[in-house]
Structures are given as structure tokens and as C-alpha cells.
Design a protein around this ligand. Sequence first.
Ligand SMILES: NC(=O)c1ccc[n+]([C@@H]2O[C@H](COP(=O)([O-])OP(=O)(O)OC[C@H]3O[C@@H](n4cnc5c(N)ncnc54)[C@H](OP(=O)(O)O)[C@@H]3O)[C@@H](O)[C@H]2O)c1
Length: 266
Amino acid sequence: MADSIVNKKSVCIITGATKGLGKAITSNLAKELPKGSLFILLARSQDLLDRISSQVKENDGIESVSMPFDQSCADGETNKKMLQDALAKAGVAVSQYEQAILINNAGTLDHLDYSRNLDRLDVSTEYFKTNLSGCITLTATFLQVFRAPDVKTRVVVNISSLAAISPMKSWLLYCMAKAAREMMMKIVAAEEENTRTLNYAPGPLVTEMTTTASDKTQDPELRKWFTEQIEKKSLVECDDSAQKLIAILRKNTFENALHIDYYDEI
Ligand SMILES: NC(=O)c1ccc[n+]([C@@H]2O[C@H](COP(=O)([O-])OP(=O)(O)OC[C@H]3O[C@@H](n4cnc5c(N)ncnc54)[C@H](OP(=O)(O)O)[C@@H]3O)[C@@H](O)[C@H]2O)c1
């Protein structure tokens, strides 16, 4: 039986930890990881980050630092300084941790009016900066900063979507970014040693993103589907989806870079 990922003393970086799924992953994972683990929580809203960071410390006794991070302009040098500053703020060294985890959760559904805008280079460029390039540079920096012999194992979780593997009309940019992020996980799995990678599709969630989908999706069928799920209250709660992700990590038998959906049996 494989060693559980959640039993190891870890430094765990979570992007988009202020709201929705990222917040739920943070609070649920804090109850699983051993004491002595460290969270580095990233997003743009410093107040919300500080709040979740304090909750994790008070409720679960896990050390946590919050760092302002804008994925749309995250280059390698800035990321490296940010991670080093976070470790310095916590007063720790990389070598104190058995394992480093990166959860690439931050994402947006901007530009849903793409049918009017897709011929504009700035629209797709801005979208991919936030949802793809920023994710690539953070992952690259993570793999540089947390490496053997200091850290024995690395885990990179890409929060994906059904949209990565199934085309959704009028969501071209979102689908493309999610598909590309899944390929990134496959490449990382092929290139890097001692690294576990996972593409987790969290299901249709009760979050602000889903409200945006129901308000702004251009394709009438897809928009109606979201509106109906909200009305029927049949969306997945973020805590349930976070728990499913933790169950997958606990079991730790997934093939590297596999796409696993919330609804899949594990
Ligand atoms: N909602 C769904 O039904 C659903 C379904 C499948 C997959 N997903 C995926 O799950 C992930 C989380 O979605 P969610 O529904 O929880 O979204 P959400 O409620 O809108 O939260 C998005 C998070 O990303 C952060 N974020 C946004 N832009 C950012 C930027 N430029 N730099 C850094 N952080 C940024 C936000 O924090 P700040 O605003 O503070 O920066 C926030 O914490 C996304 O990758 C999404 O694609 C969602």
C-alpha cells in the first residue's frame, strides 16, 4: 500500500485560498496534515488570506503564512522571492519538511463574452496569463525551490475541470487553459523524479465562479444548465469536493497526471 500523502510533514502551497474551493481545501487539509506542517496561502486579497491563515492556526494548530500573489503577473524571480520570504516569515528552512505540495487552484472564468472578443489578441493574452502562464511559472519555481536532497517528495495538484477533456460551447479559453494545464502535469510527471502529479476535476461547485457561469455564459444550453443546477441546489459543496481530493491523496494509488473527477470511484 502506498504511503499516504497527507500523513507526511509538509510545506503546502495553495493558490486562490481566499474563496470557494481553495478555501475549503485549506481548511480541510489543515485537519489532516501532521503538526509541524506549514501552509503558504496565496491570492490577491490580503485581508481574506490573513483571515483563513489565522483560522488554520487557531483551529488546527498548523503554521500558516499568507502572501499576496497575482497569478496574472507571476514571473519566476517574483515567485522565488515570494516563496523565500514566506519561509523566512515562518522562520523555517526547506529541509525541515519531508514533502512539498503545490495546489494550483486559482482560476477565473473571465471573458465569457468571447464570441464578441476572441478576435482581440489582448483578451486571450490576458486570460492565458492568469490561467496558464502564471500557473506554469509558479509550478516551475516550486520545482526549483523544493528539491532533493532537501525535500524528498513533491506533489503537484492541478485543479482541473470537466472542461479540460470535454468541449463546452462558448467556453473556448477556459477549456483550452484547463486542457493545457493537464498536459503540463503529464510533462512534469515525465520529467521530474520523486514527484506525484494529479489533475483533479472538482465537480460543479457552489462558488462565485458558478454564479458567473449562470449569469454570463453565452451558449444558451450551458447557461440554462448552470441556472437549473443552482435552482435545484444540486451543485457540489466545496467541503465535499475538498474531502474527495483529500481521500485521493490519502489513498495515493493514482497514476501520475491522471484526470480524476469528483464523481469517479477511487
Ligand atoms: N466552480 C466550479 O464549478 C468549478 C468547476 C470545475 C473546476 N473549477 C476550478 O476550481 C478552481 C477554484 O474555483 P472556484 O469556483 O473556487 O473559484 P472562485 O470562488 O471564483 O475563487 C477563485 C480563487 O482564485 C483566486 N484568484 C483569482 N484570480 C487570481 C489571480 N489573478 N491571482 C491569484 N489568485 C487569483 C481568488 O482569490 P483573489 O480574488 O483573492 O485573488 C479566489 O481565491 C478554479 O481553478 C476553477 O477553474 C471550478
